[in-house]
Design a protein around this ligand. Sequence first.
Ligand SMILES: [Zn+2]
Length: 396
Amino acid sequence: MQMATIGATPNGGVNRVALSHEDKLGRDLFVGWCKEAGCSVEIDQMGNIFASRAGRNNKLLPVLAGSHLDSQPTGGKYDGALGVLAALEVIETLNDQKITTEAPIEIVSWTNEEGARFAPAMIASGVFAGEFTLDYAYSRIDKDGLTLGDELDRIGYKGKSVVGNRKYSACFELHIEQGPILEAEKKSIGIVTGVQGISWSDIILVGKETHAGPTPMKYRIDPVKSSLPILSEIYALADKYTPHARATIGYLKAEPAIRNTQPGKLVIAVDLRHPDKKTLSLMHKALIRIAEKETSNSSISGTVKEIWRSEPVNFSSTCISMIDNAAKKLGLSSMEIISGAGHDSVYISRVAPTGMIFIPCENGLSHNEMENISKEDAANGTNVLLHAILEASSMH
Ligand SMILES: [Zn+2]
């Protein structure tokens, strides 16, 4: 709740967009808490924050737990922050109980998970796992033309340690489900087996802008009008690959976006998802065909540009069973679940054994200021995280 006062919005949500002043304040608060808990804190070149608690044998690879502290512009209190602060709570609990684990434990807060200000999302964990170069990440620009690298510098979180130099025996991320399944199935804990693949594409339709009055309809080359069958076919694509497929049209950007000018250009921002790699690829190919089909016999030019793809992920069976053991030990109801949202754990799973724990969120709402969880679910999820970390940190 104290973290959520930073960037608090009037509707009860949070606006702590990556590398904003609020993000800096949230980071400062978190770093202060980690130091109070006796952790040593290190910042890497991407601004990822690592807080370490020593174990009995510090030659063993540490166990990592965490998530992200940045939010959507109209985000909720728990998306990301729960996983970071739950990891800190685990360490505080170990301190209170005077327990020293065999292997060291680290908490992480990844930079710019949301991708709301700097696309693509999960960029810092992506650099960590070798998906993006540091230069690529630094050169990302926001809508005001500011670069991620400069903004990292400005808020004082461009650290010195090399990104991706750290190795882990196991990584855990506790997160709210951001969907309605656990609540509907009346389960306390989601044992995440993997993450849906995601493909982001822009469909760019180019016509000719013209005056809204003097130009009769038949003389127009109107990309907005041409988009109508394309839009409905995108939704039909999700129906075709039901129940796991998702198709979202996040925004339509007409240019020049003036009421009395028929636009000359329309960008359709599409988000396609599926847990199966081959099906996701089929969906993307179908998207290209849809745009081709609807523009081939018109004066509109249509191109589809895939700007980002994250392949589906299967999490580590070892981490999955540690989470399962923890839920059983605590007597909590649980189920296996596939994550519909992208997470830093997607990239981290490429370089270390990784698992995720979900807890229910009210009405499945997330990326929404009304996002809410119960104290009981938060405590249950954090206890599962604790016991999974205890098992992982005693393995060697
Ligand atoms: Zn998140």
